[in-house]
Design a protein around this ligand. Structure first.
Ligand code: OAA
Ligand code: MG
Length: 393
């Protein structure tokens, strides 16, 4: 195995939407193409990108991670069975990086890691979900994955009617569970903000036939403990599917306090970027392995090599992989969900195109989706995304 070529580019992933913490008017993503030669005359190009919510990392890629990857030896990136070894590539990329302080470096490594797994599966001629089930699960992959429609963003002039219309479109597409943003009126007195959000939530729950268990709400880390508890008291009787990122993602003790007072599921983790951060959440966040949801996004958090460590850590703490529903709505996490038996995956039917969304011709039925069978992650089967990636290599 030899790294023949690595290309990178920065592309916009911007739109006029906002959550409670940021707007996406200037959001960018890094995309990479990594070409591998296997020494037996076969070549494969894998592609990677960094999900949404963190910006493109061209400097880190150009200065540190691409040179380390192209400088790897055959032995470092070849498995004993002859296949490409993303684990060895990961170790080479992380040489001379101190522990802790993950920041944006986990994004740069995650982009390259995605491309390496895409290439590894292509070299073996199998879809990534199958390669993962074969290498790490020792059993068949799941036949379908549970997916839910994430949206409900703030948008200038968007009122309750437009929110309900949006959610109705998701139901018409085959999703039965949806997610909306809340907590997006900072500066408004808490009582008024809560009243406004409860009107938005109740309108969507009404559309869902009164079933709160089909709605997730996402605060994007905006609340402090007082606001989180005030909302929790109002939300608890609605029995929502989950209450997401109510608090700062790294404030573990405060999560533990909230979890003592809010009984239905809490979801968090999309802004934790390493196995060690995830372990701190499990150790100190007071989350409950029988109901809470972990949303680590492999594309933002050092890739699948690190995600495998996170799953191992979870197992050691009594957490099933079914508690994981990754953030990001991308095909990489969907392959991981099906191949490794996670609880499902996020989906963005109307935002973050073309990086969000799955292969063409894989319709969602009852909030479940099937995988394409082409080799790799399946980017070539998603025409809008392939149009962005294909000229990179
Ligand atoms: O709005 C965002 O940053 C995305 C997000 O939280 C999610 O998909 O859960
Ligand atoms: Mg979120």
């Amino acid at each position: 195995m030899r790294i023949a070529d690595v290309k990178q580019a920065v592309v916009p992933i911007s739109s006029a939407i906002a959550n409670a913490y940021i707007d996406f008017s200037k959001m960018t993503a890094s995309v990479v193409a990594v070409t591998i030669e296997d020494g037996a005359g076969r070549r494969a190009t894998g592609y990677g990108f960094n999900s949404n919510g963190r910006y493109a990392q061209p400097g880190l890629l150009a200065e540190r991670f691409i040179p380390r990857l192209t400088g790897t030896t055959e032995a470092e990136i070849t498995r004993t069975d002859g296949g490409l070894d993303p684990v060895g590539a990961w170790a080479a990329m992380m040489k001379n990086e101190k522990p802790g302080g993950h920041g944006d470096r986990s994004v740069a490594v995650g982009v390259l890691d995605m491309a390496l797994w895409d290439a590894a599966a292509k070299l073996e001629g199998v879809p990534l979900w199958k390669l993962l089930a074969d290498r790490y699960r020792g059993g068949p992959a799941d036949e379908t994955a549970w997916v839910y429609a994430a949206g409900g963003y703030y948008h200038p002039g968007k009122g309750v009617d437009a929110l309900v219309e949006e959610m109705k479109r998701y139901l018409d597409m085959g999703y039965s569970t949806v997610k909306m943003k809340i907590g997006g009126a900072p500066g408004t007195p808490l009582k008024e903000a809560l009243a406004e959000d409860m009107a938005r939530i109740e309108a969507v729950v009404k559309l869902l036939g009164g079933e709160g268990s089909r709605l997730c709400v996402d605060v994007n880390g905006r609340f402090g403990l007082h606001a989180a508890l005030t909302y929790a008291a109002a939300l608890q009787p609605m029995n929502l599917r989950w209450y997401e990122e109510p608090l700062d993602p790294l404030d573990f003790a405060t999560h533990a306090t909230l979890a003592e007072h809010y009984l239905p599921p809490i979801a968090t983790g999309e802004n934790l970027f390493s196995m060690l951060d995830a372990r701190n959440l499990i150790r100190h966040g007071g989350l409950r392995p029988d109901r809470d949801i972990l949303q680590f996004d492999p594309a933002l958090s050092y890739g699948l090599v690190e995600y495998l460590r996170t799953l191992e850590m979870m197992a050691a703490h009594g957490w099933s992989p079914r508690r994981c529903v990754p953030h990001g709505g991308h095909q990489f996490a969907l392959n991981i969900a099906v191949g490794l038996g996670l609880g499902g995956n996020e989906s963005y039917p109307e935002v973050f195109a073309p990086f969000g969304g799955f292969a063409d011709d894989t319709p969602v039925t009852d909030s479940r989706i099937r995988m394409p069978t082409i080799p790799g992650i399946g980017f070539e089967a998603k025409s809008a995304l392939w149009a962005v990636l294909k000229d990179l290599a």
